[in-house]
Design a protein around this ligand. Structure first.
Ligand code: TYM
Length: 338
């Protein structure tokens, strides 16, 4: 190694769709890990607007939400001076690599994706080919930067498996090119459940707004949603995901907001009468956890010039890296270089 070279730091890459508001689930499952890992890893965080159009989007709203999301990454603690923050459509290499990978993917690999099945049920009037090939574009997002590690929530595990398979397939078919990425899923918080139907994932696309906590919800809205969260029969505070999904979900939220372990939480509320005192404590803790994120978001989003500069810089950094990988891939695939 040249003495001036610095050793390669492991790379993380992750992304979120600008298709609606972010929920506390996004923070618990992914964003808080992005923040925790950004010092140790060479980090890239992408606003995946190309993914968002697999379901119908209003153009003006999509544009606004993409900027909101980039601001939200920073509000949650992603630091643009240490991490690359960029918008996917600013780096055309994502789509270019995705085509090469599409030609290495079997139909069956896409048709068994749970998210495809769920979304095609939900959007039965618009089952487009993009919805079907979406996980291949996600694989391209990851492989383009040779990410070692992808911090995501549990629902993305199956997509990550495809990215790993495609990396191995390309490496085997041509020659070693891509890093095979590992998912990084938190043990607690990888799947935050709906407050109204705790056996379903919390999702911003749930029309019942009481089922999810948005990062721009006010303190009062957060408190009221948690107070009204569906809980199970019983009175003691004990973690049991299967028998008591409602109370267990609130325990996970309390853990995310305060860092307290389940043992601490159980002893804190041992002997308390009913769920009410626990729900009050969760309501306060989550409101306090979300408040600074919401306040920073408002300030960051207000300065659109600064946001634009961050995204331009991010796109330049990402593109430089993406171009190098794509050039290698095109060459190995057999495309003529000019
Ligand atoms: P998306 O936009 O649906 O969600 C973004 C991230 O938030 C996590 N998440 C949750 N985690 C726990 N509990 C919940 N209720 C919850 N809701 C959302 C998701 O697991 C995800 O990590 N396909 C991806 C976006 C994507 C991507 C990528 C991610 C595109 N390219 C490359 C990583 C790397 C998606 O739709 O996430």
């Amino acid at each position: 190694m040249n003495p001036t070279d610095t050793p390669r730091r492991n790379v993380i890459l992750s992304g979120m769709q600008p298709s609606g508001e972010l929920t506390i689930g996004h923070v618990a499952g992914a964003l808080r890990n992005w923040v925790a890992l950004q010092d140790e890893f060479d980090s890239l965080f992408c606003v995946v607007d190309l993914h968002a159009i697999t379901v119908r989007q209003e153009p003006a709203k999509l544009r606004r939400r993409s900027l909101d999301l980039a601001a939200m990454y920073q509000a949650a603690g992603v630091d643009a001076s240490r991490s690359v923050i960029f918008i996917q459509s600013h780096v055309p290499e994502h789509v270019q690599l995705s085509w090469v990978l599409t030609c290495l993917t079997g139909m069956g690999e896409c048709s068994r994706m749970t998210q495809f099945k769920e979304k095609s049920d939900r959007h039965s009037d618009n089952i487009n080919v993009g919805l079907f090939t979406y996980p291949i574009l996600m694989a391209a997002d990851i492989l383009l930067y040779n990410a070692d590690c992808v911090p995501v929530g549990e629902d993305q595990k199956q997509h990550l498996e495809l990215a790993r398979n495609l990396a191995e397939r390309f490496n085997h078919h041509y020659s070693p090119t891509f890093t095979v990425p590992e998912p990084y899923i938190p043990k607690l918080g990888g799947r935050i459940m709906s407050l109204q139907e705790p056996t379903k994932k919390m999702s911003k696309s749930d029309p019942n707004v009481k089922s999810w906590i948005g990062l721009t919800d006010s303190d009062d809205e957060i408190r009221s949603k948690i107070r009204r969260a569906v809980t199970d029969s019983g009175t003691d505070i004990r973690y049991d995901e299967l028998a008591r999904p409602g109370i267990s979900n609130l325990m996970v939220l309390y853990h995310v907001a305060t860092g307290k372990s389940f043992a601490d939480i159980e002893s804190e509320f041992a002997g308390s009468s009913g769920y009410a005192p626990f729900k009050e404590a969760v309501a306060d803790a989550v409101a306090e956890y979300v408040r600074p994120i919401r306040e920073r978001f408002v300030a960051i989003r207000a300065d659109e010039d600064a946001l634009g500069r961050t995204l331009r810089h991010g796109a330049e950094q990402a593109r430089e890296r993406a171009r190098k990988t794509l050039r290698k891939v095109y060459k190995k695939t057999g495309f003529v270089e000019l």
